[in-house]
Design a protein around this ligand. Sequence first.
Ligand SMILES: Cc1cc2nc3c(=O)[nH]c(=O)nc-3n(C[C@H](O)[C@H](O)[C@H](O)COP(=O)(O)OP(=O)(O)OC[C@H]3O[C@@H](n4cnc5c(N)ncnc54)[C@H](O)[C@@H]3O)c2cc1C
Length: 453
Amino acid sequence: MPISRRSFLSTGLSALGLMGPYLKSVPASASAPKVIVIGAGISGLAAAEKLSIHGLRVTLLEGRERIGGRLWTDRSLGAPLDLGASWIHGIRGNPITKLAKRFSQPLYKWDYDNELTFDLLGFKARALNRFDELAAALLDVAYNNRANSSSVSVAEAIETVSRKHLGSQLTSKEIAFLTASLVELEYAAEAESLSLNGAFEGVGFDGADAVLPEGYDRIASNLAAGLDIRLGTKVDTINYSVRGISVQAGGVAFDADFAICTLPLGVLKTGTPAFDPPLPAEKRRAIELLGMGVLNKIFLAYPIEFCRTDILNFNRISKSSKEFAYWANLYPSTGQPVLCALNAGKFGKELEGLSEPDRRERAHKALQSMFGIDIPAPTASRSSAWQSDAFARGSYSYLPVGADTAERISLAAPLKGTIFFAGEATSLDNPSTVHGAYQSGLKAAEDLLSRTK
Ligand SMILES: Cc1cc2nc3c(=O)[nH]c(=O)nc-3n(C[C@H](O)[C@H](O)[C@H](O)COP(=O)(O)OP(=O)(O)OC[C@H]3O[C@@H](n4cnc5c(N)ncnc54)[C@H](O)[C@@H]3O)c2cc1C
């Protein structure tokens, strides 16, 4: 998930150490089991590293011409801009913090309370003092409805909460802003679609959140060092049986004893790659019921820093509560005059239909509404389109009304003792996150290793 307010290739592949071939340190014997890992995102890299360390012969097949998947850092505007994940959520005990240390990557602690609110509707920024109150009230409703919280949407729950407890204290516009800002940006889903259950999923880690000022892709590129990764290798068919695996990619067959599939939920929903035999009913049901949310980012680079250089978060309360409601200021962490807006759900998808100049214009206008029409024009912009991305088909998973965590268990279940599943959507404890995806890769590798003993 992107932001946690209670609680992100032009540099050149070779410069990042991303060019193959990769060779991991423990030499595999010619008789060691062969494993194909489908996808070189964080979960696939985690699994591949662990298996390689145990001496298995591992090959990663990656459809894109880059590794990292939803960890994607762009450097075309000067500063490292994370178009996918930006934040380590809860740095204490978090395996990504450990990886950052291991790879000597600096962290910048993100203080969500360091914020400034622009209230374009005339009512004062008092809504922001109510974050805790609304969250506590939500917890209350969740507790009372815990038996059927998968059948209640967050929008319904908020409606009940505001009527029962907060009606006299919060206006409907304030509630709309809080819903967009606290719920939809975090879960990448409309409050009408997200189940109350989904809003309370996972366990998480303690401590502050942090960003990686040198780019989140450094975690992926360092993990990838030494691994056998075939870029530009889009998997078309996955044949699995008790005897082993055969994967077809662009007319080439890759045979192995085992496979770990880390295809994003959004890709699995499209039905390609095809599985042979077809996936069992339970897994198909899980793929259908789980939701794939959309969260998109747009980064605007300016010639000078025209806003407060010491403020990290800018909120925008406007008539269109779901549009450009939250901005992250990258100046404090990178020293560059770059601002980033996050947009989720329907509006996040709608932006994908626009050209980059049109997206930039909309975003700049939103900033003008906050900082005045005299602010300088942006020198450049860079934005994501995760729904249209054929190798993601969305940003990250969520639990819609009618779905339960049992679906994540079904999604993760291995088949025939030879094919294992990983990726953020399979994580029970930390879905929708980088650390959850990483842990899921390690778990799939452990399960696979236990089959080789
Ligand atoms: C905009 C955005 C913001 C986010 N913010 C945060 C955040 O701040 N903090 C946080 O913890 N998490 C965040 N996340 C979530 C986090 O990025 C993901 O949970 C995590 O990176 C997923 O890793 P994964 O290995 O499961 O999947 P992926 O990274 O998607 O890896 C799957 C790989 O499979 C490849 N692939 C797909 N189809 C094929 C095919 N047919 N053949 C071969 N390869 C294929 C893909 O190219 C990809 O490399 C964010 C995500 C997005 C999109």
